[in-house]
Ligand binder design. Sequence first.
Ligand code: NAP
Length: 421
Amino acid sequence: MIISAHVTHKSADMKALELIGRHDEKALLHHLRRIQGVKECAVLRTCNRVELYAVTDEPSTTRNGMEAMVSRFIPFDHEQNLVQFRSDLESIRHLLRVSSGLESMIVGEDQIQFQVKRAYELAESEGCIGPILSLIFRKAISVGKKVRTETKVNKGAVSIGSAAVDLAERLLGSLEGKTILVIGAGEMATLIAKHLIEKRPNAIFVSNRTYDRAVELAWYLGGQAIRLDSLYDYLHKCDIVLVATSSPHVILDRARVEKAIAKKGEGEKLIIIDVSFPRNVADDVRLLKNVEMHDIDGLRDIAQENIMRRKKEVFEAERIIAEELSLLEKKLEEMGASEVIRALRQKFEAIKEVEIRKAINRLNHSSEDIETIVTDFANALANRFLADPTEMLKLASREKRVEILKAARELFRLEESKNVS
Ligand SMILES: NC(=O)c1ccc[n+]([C@@H]2O[C@H](COP(=O)([O-])OP(=O)(O)OC[C@H]3O[C@@H](n4cnc5c(N)ncnc54)[C@H](OP(=O)(O)O)[C@@H]3O)[C@@H](O)[C@H]2O)c1
């Protein structure tokens, strides 16, 4: 049975999400694999979700263990509905929706499919993936691709990066002529940069831990790279700061921001948009006069408008997911037989190999005609294939185990095979 636990932007705000999301995937995975009953597991952690997936043979014990694990990080009461639990087909359907971008805050965003792939690869490299999660995650990754090629759900500006730039534009009216600082030079900062370029700001500064990467991104933007330790010298020159780093620590703190913006002109505001998870700007920076601060929670209105624009595409994506889910369900149901089928094949392959070798030997070294050798080969195969079942059927008959006789009829389709040609 599959059990999954979900803490997402739909039920939790950034503050709550951060409590669990501060722990990296590996640490969460190690907590999860220790829960009683867990046979396979994976953790998906992104900027707006932490999801735990487990295959278990003790569903209720594992569910309780997962609940205890989440509440160790985020103390929650059940009325809050902060954590959703799903099982079996509902867990799988959810993962396919996640990978397709339908559960994302910015519906249709592409980044999530790489994050699902990363979650799978990490769990696999940690030895937590078995046949069931392997099948499900590989399906989720392929469905994510299919939805994006067969629908337009991801067309146009859809990412947290584009939404952050849209928010900046709304707050300032226009970014034309404004001075902007981007902190970070990774994937998200690059996405932000791509959208900034179209807005024709006056100047762009890029600051990053690795200075060379800041130089690279600044070059792409036609901006200026600055070292992370000197970014406070530039804050007063900026209208807006966009922050996207994977630092687990605060990068902008209240005291230094306050000191830096004291140099700003009377009434001039500094807008900070921090899309990092966990956030890189100390929460009390928002209390400063002339500072307006937003995090991913601040993108909700833009996200809502994006959903409305993509309704038709979402409908089409859901149709694909339903189709793929029913194929996957069939495969999962068949998995129960896979061990027996493998053992059966192995046994018969071994018999076949021996008989082929005998036949080839006779062909090469005796003067018998081919028809005799082929007939003997076919008889030997049939006899050896049927030896064990014949013996077991006789035994079953002696012991009056009619169900075995019935099963054999069903297994070999004996009623249907009267007219074998
Ligand atoms: N990718 C997404 O879809 C997405 C969506 C929403 C939010 N976010 C959030 O955006 C942030 C950046 O994600 P990303 O996808 O751009 O990651 P990424 O491609 O791995 O880039 C990480 C960036 O963070 C910097 N960094 C890492 N550790 C640091 C530290 N201890 N101190 C200072 N800088 C550090 C890196 O600097 P170096 O160049 O020196 O390594 C790099 O610029 C994350 O918090 C993520 O949760 C990402």
